[in-house]
Design a protein around this ligand. Structure first.
Ligand code: SF4
Length: 214
């Protein structure tokens, strides 16, 4: 198992442990909390399906030259794992754990199965990925779509970029408050993102990672 797989597996186990601990009522509150994000993700999926599925199928899947999903490690946030777990069955999450324990034989994402991505809700980095070639082709023909894509990008930041209170931070804190911690809690432990929070006045001036309050 690679370091990447170990980190992913540890995070998934931490999330599952936390979700078990907060019981059904707490899980329901988290599901309500992520609703605006789920609506955003559906909007993104509709946009990509409508305007990019043709070129992506032609350029990548038919020719088998896909750059998407071909890296053996993609950046994920702790919140990605929480959102996916809240939208998955125990069997699906068990399957992810099994996959993560295996050796990654190919030069591609460990989560790529025969029928596509094994996540129920893909990590946000994947959901918002468009290669330059696809963007150039589509936006050249329909420049208005570029503005709409940029608006979706801004919306994405509103969930994960901590220059304001954001869902991804809240989800990390919900688990920190349970005494759980993960190296993928970037919004609470990455020096760069802590600096963003500090500049936005969202951190105690004494600085440092967020400390659980309960
Ligand atoms: S997580 Fe899923 S969508 Fe993202 S790179 Fe891996 S297989 Fe592709």
């Amino acid at each position: 198992m690679s370091d990447y797989q170990r980190e992913q597996l540890d995070t998934l186990k931490t999330v599952r442990q936390g979700l078990l601990r907060i019981k059904a009522g707490g899980r329901q509150r988290l599901r309500e909390q992520i609703q605006p994000y789920m609506a955003f993700r559906q909007t993104v999926d509709r946009f990509l399906q409508r305007h990019f599925s043709g070129i992506c199928t032609r350029t990548c899947y038919d020719s088998k030259t896909s750059a998407c999903c071909s890296k053996d490690g993609i950046i994920t946030f702790f919140a990605d794992t929480v959102v996916n777990a809240l939208n998955s069955t125990a069997t699906q999450l068990d399957h992810l754990e099994t996959i993560l324990r295996r050796k990654n034989a190919g030069h591609r994402c460990i989560y790529l199965g025969p029928d596509g991505c094994l996540w129920s809700v893909r990590p946000v980095v994947c959901a918002m990925f468009l290669c330059d070639r696809a963007m150039d082709t589509v936006f050249e023909k329909e420049p208005d779509l570029k503005s709409r894509w940029e608006a979706l990008r801004r919306q994405e930041r509103g969930f994960k970029w901590p220059d304001r209170p954001v869902l991804f931070d809240d989800l990390e804190k919900a688990f920190l408050n349970l005494g759980l911690r993960s190296s993928l809690m970037h919004l609470n432990f990455s020096p760069g993102l802590l600096n963003v929070k500090r500049k936005a006045g969202l951190l105690d001036p004494s600085g440092g990672p967020a400390v659980p309050t309960a």
